[in-house]
Design a protein around this ligand. Structure first.
Ligand code: DGT
Ligand code: CA
Ligand code: CA
Ligand code: ZN
Length: 578
């Protein structure tokens, strides 16, 4: 699907034009960007079937835009953007990643302070020059510094959900080689961290050179940094790096343990081994007075350290070492234990597939039940349902449930929590739904106290079962609003409201430390995909990984309940659960 790339280019053209103070055109491009983005048909297909005239028939796409789409299909770029980039004195793309900066402000920053990139911006902010600019002030300056920090942290990292299929592709190729006896991906990828810096692959082979020669010649390799006898490191054309290490069968466990990390876990483990057990650990084994006593499997390595083997997701030095020594590791939720998916969208709002298609796909993936939770009224950009449409959808779902076997569909909605904390749908209508997810989609900039109050008020609603993507963060884009989590947890328990772990790779909201705290406070959680496309339903595993990283057990996850038990919980209302 090339639509996304074209949408992005149109959006950028709009940004560059806005910087040039052209009044009307920027909006036209940004509108075009939205149109292209929400198109369900691939532009390449449309073009192939009907050429330029088919493109012009798309509502909102005129001749000029159609020509640009054609140019992209033929050449892979749009020269207007290249030209605008060349003419522009500042790195607009880079600066726009800073929250709160748009073309207009970037222009002022350039005119008054000659700021061309993030580096210049950071210097100016630190020298307190920004607060003196007209219309900026101290608060903006501090926000800019916070955003710069955030951008630096996310630089050079990739979403796990983006990297996973590409890593699998590399793994498949390597596994096809007969010299490869065993292969495992280690590092942050194995720990299922939400973003990954690079991929670390570990291979057992007695012919390391053969493996490495094959590896560096793979078609995906763009550059070779290191090409040694047992170690290699490359850049792939996808933009990320892969480290490969080939080890003998004897050391595989130790190497896997070491390269799985994380670094803090390894350091704490090494200190414990030295101080308490007088053992030395490195990537080749565990040594007692110079003699190797374990190395072949990871289980063996942790066993001689007199502790249980923590799942990779737990290895972050958040207390797992102590728990493992005391044989008190949590029995974290398994990847096959979540039976339902309770947040997804269909063509009834901004999703791309019908209720039936989503249900069929979910069934194929082994789900026993789902809730359809389309957007409601006040979210106009997402084509929210009005109350009449909600009632019609409930009827429709009843009909589909009679037809479809092997999966139960619950009628739900994702309602909006208004600035006041009120819900944008009346209680009368909410009472007719099986499952209500309430989320914040507007007015993000509120104080911590106000935002906490707003969410608590939503939890007080007798029909709101779960708060969707509770912190509002978008990985690498938006930090999310601050909340008083202790207060939120208390209210969640008091009102019988659940918190969502949103499994969408760019959200993964709640984050691991908050999950850990929630679970310890006795708050119950729901893991859902928030799918807008049937192919996104499989992302549930990322939400489960997130739950595992937050020490959640089966008993903490509501949609790990059997259909029978879940149905009871739906029918009895929210307080019944307490
Ligand atoms: P990433 O790639 O930034 O997402 O995170 P990781 O954890 O994959 O880090 P990476 O690729 O630099 O290194 C892979 C593993 O190797 C890491 O998880 C633990 C281990 N490691 C790397 N550097 C050190 C170190 O200085 N000390 C110890 N003990 N372990 C290290
Ligand atoms: Ca790594
Ligand atoms: Ca690495
Ligand atoms: Zn949603």
């Amino acid at each position: 699907m090339i639509n996304k790339e074209i949408a992005k280019i149109f959006y950028q053209i709009g940004e560059y034009l806005a910087m040039k103070d052209i009044a009307f055109k920027p909006q036209a491009y940004q509108k075009a960007s939205q149109i292209v983005e929400s198109l369900s048909q691939d532009l390449a297909d449309i073009y192939q079937k009907g050429k330029l005239s088919a493109l012009k028939k798309i509502p909102g796409i005129g001749k000029n835009l159609a020509l640009k789409i054609e140019e992209y299909i033929k050449t892979g770029k749009i020269s207007k953007l290249e030209k605008l980039k060349k003419e522009c004195p500042v790195n607009l793309e880079e600066l726009s990643t800073i929250e709160g900066l748009g073309p207009k402000t970037i222009k002022i920053l350039y005119k008054d302070l000659r700021i061309k990139n993030i580096n210049d911006l950071e210097k100016a902010a630190k020298a307190h020059k920004i607060r003196k600019l007209f219309g900026f002030g101290l608060k903006t300056e501090n926000n800019i510094l916070r955003s710069i920090n955030f951008a630096k942290q996310s630089q050079g990292r990739f979403l796990l959900g983006f990297i996973e299929p590409l890593a699998e592709e590399i793994v498949e190729q390597l596994k096809s080689l007969k010299e490869v006896k065993k292969l495992e991906i280690a590092g942050s990828f194995r720990r299922k961290k939400e973003t990954v810096g690079d991929i670390d692959i570990l291979v057992i082979s007695l012919k390391p050179k053969k493996v490495i020669d094959f590896f560096v010649k793979m078609p995906q390799v763009e550059a070779i940094y290191e090409n040694g006898r047992t170690k290699s490191s490359v850049r792939l054309k996808y933009g990320f790096d892969v480290d490969l290490r080939v080890v003998e069968p004897e050391c595989f466990g130790s190497a896997l343990q070491y390269f799985t990390g994380n670094k803090e876990h390894n350091i704490a483990l090494r200190t414990y081994a030295e101080k308490k057990l007088f053992l030395k650990i490195n990537e080749y084994g565990i040594f007692k007075k110079g003699k190797r006593i374990a190395s072949k499997t990871e289980e063996k390595v942790y066993e001689v350290l007199k502790m249980d083997c923590p799942a990779p997701e737990l290895r972050t030095n958040m207390g797992e070492i102590e728990a493992a020594i005391n044989r008190k590791l949590p029995k974290i939720i398994g990847y096959d234990e979540v039976l339902g998916d309770l947040h997804m969208h269909t063509v009834w709002s901004d999703g791309n597939f019908s209720i039936e298609k989503m249900a069929k796909e979910a069934k194929k993936l082994g789900r026993k039940y789902i809730a359809i939770t389309d957007h409601t009224g006040s979210l106009k950009i997402a084509n929210g349902m009005d109350e009449k449409t909600i009632l019609a959808q409930i009827k429709k779902i009843k009909k589909i449930n009679k037809k479809i076997k092997g999966i139960k569909i619950f009628s739900g909605a994702e309602v909006n929590i208004k600035q006041s904390g009120k819900i944008d749908v009346s209680d009368k209508i909410l009472s007719k739904l099986d499952w209500v997810v309430a989320s914040i989609h507007s007015a993000f900039k509120m104080s911590k106290a106000k935002m906490t109050e707003r969410i608590i008020m939503a939890m007080e609603n007798p029909y709101v079962r779960v708060i969707g993507h509770p912190s509002g963060r978008i990985i690498q884009q938006r930090e999310g609003y601050e909340l008083d989590w202790e207060k939120i947890f208390k209210a969640a328990k008091r009102t019988g409201t659940f918190l969502e772990i949103n499994a969408y790779p760019g959200r993964l909201d709640l984050r691991d430390i908050i999950i850990q705290k929630a679970v310890r406070s006795g708050v119950k959680l729901v893991i859902s995909t928030d799918s807008h496309h049937k192919d996104q339903l499989k992302f549930l595993k990322f939400g489960i990984a997130q739950a595992r990283r937050g020490w959640a057990e089966k008993k903490d996850i509501i949609n790990a309940l059997s259909l029978e038990k879940f149905e009871k919980l739906v029918n009895k209302g929210k307080k019944s659960y307490l």
